[in-house]
Unconditional design. Sequence first.
Length: 341
Amino acid sequence: MNDQPQVILSGFADEAANQKTAVQQFAAFAALGLQYYSIRFIDVGGGVKNVMQLARGEITELRHLHDEYGLNVASLGSPIGKVKLLDVDDGTKNRYVPFKKYLQTEVKRACELAHALETKLIRGFSFYHPRGTSAREHLPQAIDQLGQIAETCHRSDLTFGLEIEGNLVGQSGEIMAEIHKKVDHPALLLIFDAGNIITQGFSAAEVHQQYLAMKPGLGWMHIKDYKSPNGNHQAKGRKGHIDEDALKHFVPADVGDSAHEIILRDFREQVPKLEAKLKRRGVPGVFLDLEPHVKGGGQFGGFSGPDGMGVALRGLCRVLDYVKIGYHLRDFEDIRAARGF
C-alpha cells in the first residue's frame, strides 16, 4: 500500500455520540481507529455547545482529553457563513449580522479557536441569499465577503474551507468554482460533499460534473451520501429551497446514489499534488471527513450514533480499497508506541 496515495480519515465526532459528550465522542473515534476529528457540537461538562461557544476552561479540558485519547483536531466545524447576506425577512429563521461586525467578532473568534485547538483548517459556508431569489444574483456580495474572510484566516496562518450546500449562494459546483476563481486567495479552498449535491435533486452524473468543476479549488472532502426512496433525483427540489430537516435518507458512501467510487477514483490522481499544497500551509495531509448523517440530518448538523459512524467508516474504507487510495487506522503498533514500548 506504500505506493498508493494516502488520505487522512477523520469525521464529525459529535455524530458518533448519543449525548454528544466529549468522552463519548473520543471513545467512539479511538475505538474506530481514527486519530483525527472535526469539532462541531460537544459537551465538555457545561452542556452541549457549538464549538464557537466553548469557554477557555472547556478548551483546556478538551486538550487534556485529546492527549488521553490520542486525538487531534482535523478542522474547526464552524458555522461561519451560515448567516444572511441581507437583512430581509424571507420567511426563514436564519440570522443576519452586519458583515463588518461579523468579521471582527465571529470570524476572529473562529480563528482564535482554531489556534487553541491546534488545527489549521476552518470549515465554513457561502451565506444565505434571500429565499426565492437567484444565488447568482448575490454572487458579487458573497465573493467580496468570502474574500475578506479568507484574508482574515490567512493573516492567522489558517485556511478557510468553503463547503458546498443547498440554500446557500455556493449551492452548485459551478458556482463554487466561480467563487474560488474570483476570490483568488490561497487561504480559500473548497470542500466537496456529494450528499449535499444529490439532495438537491441532481443525478450521479451531475454530481460528478460538479465535482469536476470544483476540482481545481478542492482542499478536502466531506463524505456523506443519499439514497432517494423513489430512485428519482430529477423531480424533487432541484434549484429550489431544500427542507433540510426533512432529509432522512442519508446512507454510507458505498451504497448511495452519488457514485463515490467514480469521484474518488479521479480524486486519487489529485491527492499527491493536493497533499503537497496543504502541507505548505501547515496541514498534515488530505482529509476525508465523515459526516454521514445516517440517522438523520439538519441545517446545522446530523446524527449517526456510534454504530452508524462505524458502518459509515467501513463503507468508506471499502470504496477506498476498491479505488486504491491508502489510509491508516490505529493498529497494535500505534498502541505500543503510545505506551512507550
